[in-house]
Design a protein around this ligand. Structure first.
Ligand SMILES: C[S@@+](CC[C@H](N)C(=O)[O-])C[C@H]1O[C@@H](n2cnc3c(N)ncnc32)[C@H](O)[C@@H]1O
Length: 265
């Protein structure tokens, strides 16, 4: 039976690769890589740096295909579903055509496959469609949420306080009652949230030489974050950022403002 290893590669620093992830990488007969091209070429380069550094199996083949673009216009859910269907067709064909019946393929997933990544759902859809049969094994990786907490030197949760994982899009609809880790914000949610009583721990390009961190009362540091965000995005052509919103237990005890960049910002 074919086997697909879904390997979490961490959030940008090749050193996030766990021993289990390195072993899985070297157990693969073929690596399936989707290239987003354009400004996102940096993300492909991280995957290539990981292979150059950790792939010691000379027999492993790299199978690279252009990643289908996502149509960001129109209905959000319909756009995502169509995008996933295209990816399922692509991965299905790769697994069927590029992998022998007893071979192992690997897909390198940014961060951890369990958080805001659809690879496992897409593989389920391929199996359900009966295109090709295979088994799956997941190798966990360091998520951007963990990289954020580590970079700020904080636990994500406080004792007895729940933490919510969400996206910029959802938080614009309604603020969750819990502390929140916010993925996938284009900056619009951060710009709009009512700042009263909230601290923020923000990080962009975590684990990379461009890493930049800001923390403080949201009311005090929001403009700084939005300025750095806009400048960095313009300079690099893309940005990946994430933040923890924490509701102060004592409204008078705001988080002191802090801004740290690995390279100048
Ligand atoms: C499609 S999700 C992938 C999440 C990934 N599976 C994980 O576990 O981190 C992409 C979002 O993750 C966050 N992210 C991923 N890598 C990041 C990094 N190095 N620095 C900051 N945010 C990052 C950003 O919110 C970005 O918009």
């Amino acid at each position: 039976m074919r086997r697909i290893l879904v390997i979490g590669i961490g959030a940008g620093d090749p050193r996030h690769m766990t021993v289990e992830a390195i072993e899985a990488l070297n157990a693969a007969d073929a690596l399936f890589l989707l290239d987003k091209g354009g400004a996102k070429a940096d993300l492909m380069q991280v995957r290539e740096a990981i292979c150059d550094r950790f792939l010691t199996n000379p027999a492993c083949r790299r199978v690279i295909a252009p990643s289908p673009p996502r149509d960001a216009g129109g209905d959000y859910r319909a756009g995502v579903d169509a995008w996933h269907a295209e990816k399922a067709a692509l991965y299905g064909a790769m697994i069927r055509d590029e992998l022998g019946p007893e071979e192992t393929g690997a897909i390198l997933v940014w961060g951890d496959p369990a958080l805001y990544d659809s690879t496992l759902r897409i593989l389920d859809a391929i199996r359900a469609a009966g295109t090709v049969s295979f088994e799956t094994r997941v190798i966990p990786g360091i998520s951007a949420a963990q990289a954020l907490a580590a970079a700020h030197g904080i636990p994500l949760n406080r004792i007895g306080v729940p933490v919510h994982f969400t996206t910029g899009r959802k938080i614009r609809e309604a603020m969750p009652p819990a502390d929140s880790v916010v993925f996938l914000d284009s900056g619009e949610a951060l710009a709009e949230i009512a700042a009263d009583g909230l601290d923020v721990f923000w990080g962009a390009y975590l684990g990379t030489p461009d890493e930049v961190l800001v923390a403080g009362a949201l009311a005090d540091v929001r403009d700084t974050i939005l300025r750095i965000r806009a400048e960095k995005r313009a300079a690099k052509g893309w940005i990946m950022d994430i933040y923890l919103l924490r509701r102060r237990e004592d409204p008078a005890e705001a988080q002191p403002s802090k801004s740290i960049a690995r390279s100048g910002s």
